[in-house]
Design a protein around this ligand. Sequence first.
Ligand code: DOR
Ligand code: ZN
Ligand code: ZN
Length: 350
Amino acid sequence: EIIDGEGKVVMPSFIDMHVHLREPGQTEKEDLITGEKAALKGGFTHVCAMANTNPVCDNEKTIEYILNKHKENEICNLTQISALTKRLKGEEFVNIDEMREYTNLFSDDGLNVDDIELFKEALELSKEKDFKILTHCEPEAETIKRDLKLLTDVGGNLHICHISLRKSLDLIKEYKDKGLDFSCEVTPHHLFEWNNEYRVNPPFGTKDDRDAMIEGIKEGIIDAIATDHAPHTKKDKENGSPGISGIEEAFSYVYTVFKEEGISLNCLSDKMSYAPSKLLGLDEALIEEGKDANLVLVDLNESHKINTSNFVSKGKNTPFEGRQVYGKILITIKNGEIAYKNEERKNDNR
Ligand code: DOR
Ligand code: ZN
Ligand code: ZN
């Protein structure tokens, strides 16, 4: 098939290190099919799904179930994350050797944050068994400080999820300046918004916190952008569940902000494609000659209003309904084939 891309831009497709696909157990919020379709629509060809499913993904049976179900359709490429502790409770480590067969990512959700010995052991294990710990240190910047001190002493493979505060950025900068090797991510919504009460974890910061995130991107302190796509039902949102369904419009939020802030498209490509591919160890495969391409075709001149009735995700939860953004994903190519094509007519969405 010949694609007419005149006036459009071709980029590497995006890789999302942090999504919630809710399978098994919460398929009223999302499932693998809708979540993976939403990812493709957002220009992502690889997502990493968090372990806070029901049952928690901390055992062979559950991860097998997820990966088998995923393989039935294989809409988007998937890395399933394992919880690091059983039932996310911070009591006992999962059988890491068993789970390591399926994944190289372990989330510290629920790891008892007061238990420094437990975290130390986790860092040691991450070196020994060659996996990455995805840590949820915020909202306490103090926890980041403690964790980075410990990382300095012990070593290990650490990635800090969704930072949102200037305090956190300052600490991260301090330790990166000292030469400590670790990475961190920010979400599109924490770049796009501030001073908003909408429930999300971590909460939206102040304007100054948000400006710190922009500086962190510009100065190369923040490694990657990851959506933390967190779909919920209307009822669950009314009952206070935190989170934003964000993967479909992630590129537009980021591009809109980058355009306003004068940050280049190359930088966007680094934060949304190349950096995550390196952090996940996918970059070797990506640059290997003869491999099928993963690409997006985007229209940078397009502008539209966020409209949740177009979402393919089951989660319509967002504080951004009606907001004007720039940039649209027209086509997503996964493993050399067109996996998503935008079919909306030009003026549908103005
Ligand atoms: O807002 C959030 N929602 N942040 C998280 O870290 C978890 C997520 C969820 O699972 O809904
Ligand atoms: Zn989180
Ligand atoms: Zn999350």
